[in-house]
Design a protein around this ligand. Structure first.
Ligand SMILES: *Cc1c(COP(=O)(O)O)cnc(C)c1O
Length: 395
């Protein structure tokens, strides 16, 4: 008998984690609306507590749909265990709360999602955890920030909105050499485009609200890693209660079925739009790792399969109002925060995320007035390009 080939991402996205024969002989999983689960006898309770039987107990600790989606996500990422949360932020908060004690330190690359950094600097600080931030992709600065109290190194890859690409092998090695665990928020990359676990990263985090759910209709988050490392994280989630309702879980399971197909189109659209923008006379600069001019192009080529749907660009000689006019002139992309869904979304980071941030801080974060961030959906490429072309004609 020949060895069974390793299943592809679509096969995993469609079948992994699911029972072959399901409730009611249905092809799809049931949405089980139950706050609690019944036992047939006292002995059945005892058997469950003594772990002789795997089953549900109470809704805060999990539900059957969640188990399916967790297995699916672990399979897609190539990790042992996945823990599902109510949002990406709930996932990172859950991991950090489980792993860090008073006196511990975390080091971030500074292009990480601002709410993740804010949780550390404003809230974990109240519990005696110290947060250090160094320039994204400055590995020497990160090494210098590590001391005997350091417990976790955190980065995103690619980062948002600058699409910087972290050298995952180097990042993982930095952690290993200093005996510090590593976390990569791979929301923008997705398991289609980057595989952090294969580079030795300990924890991979996704806002499943974005590409994994993929339809702009749900919030969820996930952490993937080894079973042993995630045991305490799962226990804390059972206490936090940051779980998904059964309908939300079903939406995620359904969205995941087309994950690979969607990513292929997101990648195609991202690349085509980035190339179109790079050649456009009104565009000063494009941030997209699939462009040769991008500072991380070579690294991205070695480490990624595609570069996703997020494209950031600067409008040439435009003030914030002229930039806003371009955003307002698009007819397909909708103005909204978020990314990774089938609908294209467009926004001006200055207005959407940094309106209340002091100018000098904004400049330090590299968010100029003339920056636009476009999350390419899966509409037809020609239509997105035609729409951008007419919007860039706006004065
Ligand atoms: C959106 C996002 C988050 C937060 O996820 P939510 O699901 O909105 O809580 C974290 N990291 C990145 C990179 C994101 O884009």
């Amino acid at each position: 008998m020949s060895a069974t080939p390793k299943p592809g991402l679509s096969t995993l996205a469609i079948h992994a984690g699911e029972a072959r024969q399901k409730i009611g002989d249905a092809i799809t999983d049931a949405i089980i609306c139950a706050s609690t689960y019944t036992f047939t006898s006292t002995q059945a309770v005892i058997d469950f507590i003594e772990q002789k039987q795997e089953r549900e107990e109470y809704g805060r600790y999990g539900n059957p749909g969640e188990k399916v989606v967790e297995k699916k996500l672990a399979a897609l990422e190539g990790g042992e265990e996945a823990i599902l949360y109510a949002s990406g932020m709930a996932a990172i908060v859950g991991l950090l709360m489980a792993k860090l004690n008073a006196g511990d330190e975390v080091v971030f690359f500074d292009e990480c999602y601002h709410r993740s950094r804010e949780f550390c600097t404003k809230h974990l600080s109240r519990f005696g955890v110290v947060t250090r931030q160094v320039r994204a992709c400055d590995y020497d600065a990160m090494a210098a920030a590590i001391n005997p109290n350091t417990k976790l190194l955190i980065s995103e890859s690619p980062t948002n909105p600058h699409l910087s690409v972290v050298d995952l092998a180097r990042f993982a090695d930095l952690g290993r050499r200093h005996k510090v665990e590593t976390l990569i928020d791979a929301t923008l990359g997705t398991p289609y485009n980057i595989r952090p676990i294969e580079f030795g990263i300990d924890y991979v985090l996704h806002s499943a609200t974005k590409y994994l759910g993929g339809h702009n209709d749900l919030l969820a988050g996930v952490i993937i890693g080894s079973k042993s490392k995630l045991e305490d994280v799962r226990k804390l989630r059972g206490i936090m209660g940051a779980i998904n309702g059964p309908h939300n879980i079903y939406l995620l399971e359904r969205g995941l079925k087309t994950f690979e197909l969607r990513m292929q189109r997101h990648n195609e659209n991202g690349q085509a739009i980035a190339e179109f923008l790079a050649a456009h006379p009104r565009v000063e600069r494009v941030y997209y790792p699939g462009l040769k001019a991008h500072p991380y192009y070579e690294l991205a080529r070695q480490q990624m399969r595609g570069y996703g749907g997020l494209v950031t660009f600067l409008v040439k000689d435009a003030d914030w109002r002229q930039t806003a006019n371009i955003v307002d002139s698009t007819k397909i992309a909708r103005i909204a925060p978020s990314l990774g869904g089938v609908e294209s979304l467009i926004e001006q980071p200055l207005v959407m995320s940094y309106y209340e941030i002091p100018t000098e801080d904004r400049q330090r974060f590299g968010i100029p007035d003339n920056m636009i961030r476009l999350s390419c959906g899966i509409e037809n490429t020609e239509d997105l390009i035609a729409d951008l072309a007419q919007a860039l004609g706006a004065k």
